[in-house]
Design a protein. Structure first.
Length: 210
């Protein structure tokens, strides 16, 4: 398998942006604030993004979209369907409460739980991990043994549920049903902080027990 994955923690929120590379495909997941490091990385590797994927619609996960599109116009944006309005509404994506006005173009493709995205020979399943936001999703590739969880599940923690659209009961249910059901050796790539494995979170995460 030729998949490469690179992690860049961007901006004051240290949002993990992921660069997934397989052959001629280059997917960007959650480009956050201050994306210059991400743009420089792509240019330094002579990479052209082919898709921008969002795990959810908070500003710290989409703030870099405009800069990516300025450098590479026309790259399609994939966004969870129930978070679609957050791309174009600073109030909905929480940047307004920070005194900012972060927006991006609307999504080109709305993704929903059960959808599958193809990256050459790799299949990425869309998992429902809503609860941090109304539409949050995770991207799971069984062949690569990895899942990108956004702000649903962290190493030793879970996403906040006190923002608009948050629901602890829903998030805990989705973590148990859709993340903890994955093979325990599955590598987890969260929206902030270090990675983990599903098995480690089942054993040690104090917020949602397996």
């Amino acid at each position: 398998m030729s998949l490469e994955i690179h992690t860049l923690a961007l901006g004051d929120f240290q949002t993990n942006a992921y660069v997934l590379i397989d052959g001629g495909e280059c997917w960007i997941v959650d480009p956050g604030f201050e994306p210059e490091e991400l743009v420089d990385f792509l240019r330094g590797r002579d990479l052209t993004p082919t898709q921008i994927l969002l795990t959810h619609g908070h500003a710290d996960h989409l703030a870099g979209i405009n800069e990516l599109l300025a450098a590479w116009p026309g790259v399609p944006i994939f966004c969870p369907a129930e978070d679609a309005e957050m791309l174009t509404d600073a109030g909905a994506n929480l940047s307004g409460m920070l005194g900012l006005s972060v927006t991006s173009p609307p999504a080109d493709k709305l993704v929903r739980a059960g959808d599958v995205l193809e990256m050459n020979a790799l299949s990425w399943q869309i998992l429902d991990t809503s609860g941090h936001t109304a539409g949050g999703v995770s991207y799971y590739c069984a062949q690569a043994g990895m899942v990108i969880t956004g702000d649903a599940l962290f190493a030793g923690a879970i996403g906040r549920t006190d923002f608009p659209g948050g629901d602890f009961t829903r998030l805990a249910h989705n973590i148990r049903r859709n993340l903890y059901a994955l093979p325990p050796e599955t590598r987890m790539y969260p929206g902030h902080g270090p990675g983990s494995t599903i098995g480690q979170e089942i054993r040690l995460n104090p917020f949602v027990h397996g």
